[in-house]
Design a binder for this molecule. Structure first.
Ligand code: SF4
Length: 321
C-alpha cells in the first residue's frame, strides 16, 4: 500500500500554529503556547543536573544523560524548525508530592495507594500529546523531526522491564510513544515556563502535598518547513499483509513463546506489587487515564490498537528471577 503525502516547503503560518496549539489543549494539555524556536533556552547545566548528583535513571534509559543527544545536536535540529508548540500538563500535588513517592519510584515498585501509577498516567499523557502533535504537523505538510516530553520513558513505558531495550541492544520497545525529555536535551524548562507566566513549583524529596500548589510536566514540539529533500510528496509503504493460513501457522508456532512471555510479565507485575485494589485507588485520576486512552486510540487508529498498546506497556520480566 502506498500513501502519498504532500510536503509543504513553506513555514507554518499563524493559523496553522494555532490549529496545533488548540489540538494540544483538546488532547489533554492544561496550557499551550506557540513560540519561536529562538525562545527555546538551552543550557548545558540542565543536562549536568541529571548527572551531578547522579539521578537514579542517569544512563539507565537511552534518552537520559550522559546518554541521549548532545546540546550541539539539539541546537542543529532546532535550527531546522521555525516555531514550536510548548505545553504543560498539571499534576495534583496529592500525587506528585505524595509521601514516599520518590522512594517508590526509585525502587521500581508500586504503592498500594496508586500514586506511582497515577503519576505515570500524567507522564504517558505528555508522551501521547507530543506524538499526536508531531503526527498532525506532518499531516499538515510540515516537519517535526523530533518531539520532547517530560521525565524518562523507562519508568513510564518500560516499567516492568529490567532494562531499556535500546541499552540492552534489542531496540526501543515503544518508538511510537517514546521521546526524550526537554530537560535531558538541555532545555531550561523552568525558565521557559516562567517566561510564559506559568506558575511552576519545583518538587523535591522534602515536599508534601500541602507545600506545593501542583506539579507541572511540560512538552515541546518544534514545527518547520517540510523536508527539503522531497518537496513534492512522500511515500509510505506498508508490508503486504500475510495470508490467513500463514498467519495461523505463525500464531501456532509462536504460542509457547507467547505463553512464556505472558507468564514472565505476570511475574514482573506481581513482583512490582501490583494488585487489583490499585485500580480502585487510582479512580481520582480516571480522567487522565481516559484521556490517555483516547489519545492511544488516535495514535493506533482503533480501540483494539489502544488496548494492545496498553498491554505492551504491562509486559516485562521480573527483576529478580
Ligand atoms: S521506551 Fe523503553 S526501550 Fe524505548 S528508549 Fe524508553 S526505556 Fe528504552
Amino acid at each position: 500500500m502506498i500513501k502519498i503525502r504532500k510536503i509543504s516547503g513553506e513555514s507554518p503560518g499563524p493559523g496553522q500554529m494555532e490549529t496545533l496549539r488548540s489540538l494540544a489543549l483538546s488532547l489533554g494539555a492544561d496550557e499551550a503556547v506557540v513560540l519561536p524556536v529562538s525562545e527555546i533556552l538551552l543550557d548545558p547545566r540542565v543536562r549536568y543536573k541529571c548527572m551531578v548528583p547522579k539521578c537514579y535513571m542517569s544512563g539507565a534509559c537511552s534518552h537520559c544523560p550522559p546518554l541521549g543527544w548532545s546540546l550541539d545536536e539539539i541546537r542543529e535540529i532546532l535550527s531546522r524548525h521555525d516555531q514550536a508548540v510548548f505545553f504543560q500538563v498539571r499534576v495534583p500535588s496529592r500525587v506528585i508530592a505524595a509521601k514516599g513517592i520518590a522512594a517508590w519510584i526509585n525502587s521500581g515498585d508500586l504503592d498500594s495507594t496508586g500514586r506511582v501509577l497515577s503519576l505515570g498516567a500524567h507522564y504517558l499523557l505528555v508522551f501521547s500529546i507530543v506524538k499526536l502533535l508531531q503526527k498532525k504537523t506532518r499531516d499538515m505538510g510540515f516537519a517535526s523531526a523530533m518531539g520532547f516530553a517530560a521525565g524518562n520513558c523507562k519508568d513510564a513505558l518500560c516499567h516492568f522491564q529490567p532494562l531499556c531495550g535500546e541499552i540492552q541492544g534489542t531496540g526501543c520497545r515503544h518508538p511510537d510513544l517514546s521521546s526524550p525529555s526537554m530537560e535531558s536535551c538541555g532545555m531550561d524548562v523552568f525558565s521557559m515556563a516562567a517566561r510564559q507566566g506559568w506558575v511552576v513549583f519545583p518538587i523535591g524529596g522534602t515536599c508534601v502535598p500541602e507545600s506545593v500548589g501542583h506539579g507541572t510536566l511540560m512538552g515541546l514540539v518544534p514545527v518547520g518547513p517540510g523536508a527539503g529533500e522531497d518537496e513534492t510528496g512522500e511515500e509510505e509503504t506498508a508490508l503486504p499483509s500475510a495470508g490467513l493460513l500463514e498467519r495461523a501457522r505463525a500464531a501456532r508456532a509462536s504460542a509457547p513463546a507467547r505463553l512464556k512471555s505472558a507468564r514472565m510479565s505476570l511475574a514482573a507485575i506481581h513482583q512490582a506489587g501490583f494488585t487489583p485494589r490499585i485500580f480502585l485507588a487510582m479512580s481520582p485520576e480516571a480522567r487522565v487515564w481516559a484521556r490517555f486512552n483516547r489519545n492511544l486510540r488516535l495514535l493506533t487508529g482503533s480501540w483494539a490498537g489502544a488496548v494492545a498498546k496498553t498491554a505492551s506497556m504491562f509486559s516485562g520480566r521480573p527483576r529478580k528471577e
